[in-house]
Design a protein around this ligand. Structure first.
Ligand SMILES: [Zn+2]
Length: 471
């Protein structure tokens, strides 16, 4: 670990992250890295136009040559265990085998290495905070500790550890505590807290990636009583609850149960929008939506030979895609607080592609790049309850920011190649990501077909259907 020096970033234009503040031109950012109390190291000491800041002696001056600085991105929905590379985990048995292997000594070492690499990839792409919403054996927690203790320079990690699912439910084979009653749900929450979770993740409805029948994604899997018990138990410890939800019915139960964030989402009506905005059972009095458009677009825009999905999983993906986009649009129109998360780690969705979620926000939400940046920074920090430490470039906040060649509010694609990343006051001079070959191959496959995306999976003949799918 290099010796920490106080820093003065000069000659830059600062987008501080507030939705209505002007760009601070020719600004200076002072970062205090040498303080007696290590806990306070890595904070922004001052940020203002150069005429209003005096650089104290002994500060290392970093000339940013007129570049733009904005707060580091926050990914509110990721899985650090995955890189985005498709895996052969289509069957419950295959997922159980992988989880079992990762539970061995060798498997643990491999999993921790993956998590470090994925966290590094996120950071080098300008993601200074990652909320990891479920990893087998809660392995994201030891890596979070490595970052906290300074053993590794990484993004701030908020970890759920293991998720909570019902028997046979979404994630149950791979990364969950299984709970089948309100008391089991409470016990699972207690175990996750004991593991060191920062928040609780539940799968209250079925998902796409492990579905076996059409209609399973969105099927209510946890009962309202179980959801309520999990939320109550988590809230008693001051922890928020995020729930995986893919149907309107599921959104309703999750909100009534008191979840703080609805992950993915489904078509919303006025009643649900009201409940999001005023949810007395949530920790903050409101619940937020984290739509994860990237992952659903990635898995439905690519042939199953790239995603390794079964035809049923692909078909469920296409059903969910429209619901998720509708949830995002209606939520936005209705004033629901909306966070940015791309579900990085899942098939074809790498940790370095969070900026693409911002493009989707602009495209599907008809918003400006500046608004999309706000959602991925300050707004995300508020949703996750960390706005007192990060999400804006202000005195007293953690020095978490990205340096870009030009103005990102003119061109969001600049976010794909930051020229410098700063996290907790650590400077990463030439950030480079390790690209995932399979993800590149999939997008290459697309361009070979002249941009014409093959959305028809081979072999959908008579897939088994749910008897009473809740659609
Ligand atoms: Zn996810």
């Amino acid at each position: 670990m290099p010796v920490r020096q106080n820093l003065a970033f000069v000659n830059c234009n600062v987008i501080d992250g507030d939705i209505d503040s002007e760009v601070i031109q020719d600004a200076v950012i002072l970062v205090r890295n040498r303080v007696e109390d290590e806990g306070k190291a890595g904070r922004i000491e001052a940020v203002a136009g150069k005429e209003d800041v005096e650089i104290p002696p002994g500060y290392r001056v970093i000339d940013l040559e007129g570049k733009y600085v904005m707060p580091g991105l926050i990914n509110a929905h990721a899985h650090l265990i995955g890189s985005g590379k498709p895996r052969n985990t289509r069957t419950p048995a295959a997922r159980r085998r992988l989880a079992e292997f990762l539970g061995t000594r060798v498997g643990r070492a491999i999993a921790l290495k993956w998590i470090r690499q994925n966290a590094r990839n996120a950071l080098h792409a300008g993601v200074t905070t990652v909320r990891t919403v479920g990893d087998p054996h809660a392995y994201s927690i030891p890596i979070r500790r490595e970052v906290e203790d300074g053993r590794m320079i990484g993004p701030r990690i908020l970890a759920a550890g293991k998720i909570i699912a019902s028997s046979g439910g979404h994630g149950a084979d791979f990364l969950a505590y299984v709970a089948d009653s309100p008391w089991e749900a409470r016990k699972a929450v207690r175990k996750a807290i004991q593991d060191g979770a920062d928040f609780i993740k539940i799968a209250s409805t079925g998902g796409v990636s492990d579905s076996e029948r059409i209609g399973e994604a969105g099927r209510p899997e946890m009962t309202l009583e179980e959801i309520s018990a999990a939320c109550d138990e988590a809230h008693r410890a001051g922890l928020k609850v995020a729930s995986h939800v893919h149907s309107t019915f599921g959104v309703r139960e999750a909100l009534l149960g008191g979840v703080d964030t609805v992950e993915h989402g489904a078509d919303l009506n006025d009643d649900l929008i009201r409940l999001f905005k005023n949810n007395p059972r949530s920790l903050m009095g409101y619940s937020a939506l984290v739509p994860t458009l990237s992952v659903i677009i990635n898995v439905t825009d690519h042939d199953t030979r790239y995603t390794r999905f079964t035809p049923v999983q692909y078909e469920n993906g296409t059903i969910i895609r429209d619901r998720m986009i509708n949830a995002f649009r209606k939520g936005l129109e209705g004033g629901v607080k909306i966070g940015v998360g791309n579900d990085a780690g899942v098939v074809l969705t790498p940790h370095y592609d969070v900026w693409k979620e911002l493009l989707h926000f602009v495209e599907y939400g008809n918003m400006t790049p500046r608004q999309a940046i706000f959602h991925a920074t300050k707004c995300n920090a508020e949703i996750l309850g960390i706005d007192n430490v990060t999400g804006t470039i202000k005195a007293g906040k953690s020095a978490d920011f990205v340096v870009l060649e030009e103005d990102p509010t003119e061109n969001l694609a600049l976010l794909s190649k930051p020229s410098m990343v700063v996290v907790f006051g650590h400077v990463i001079e030439n950030p480079t990501v390790r690209r995932v070959r399979e993800v590149d191959a999939a997008s290459h496959g697309e361009s070979k077909s002249m941009g014409c995306v093959n959305r028809s999976p081979s072999g959908v003949t008579h897939p088994p259907r749910m008897k009473n799918p809740v659609l």
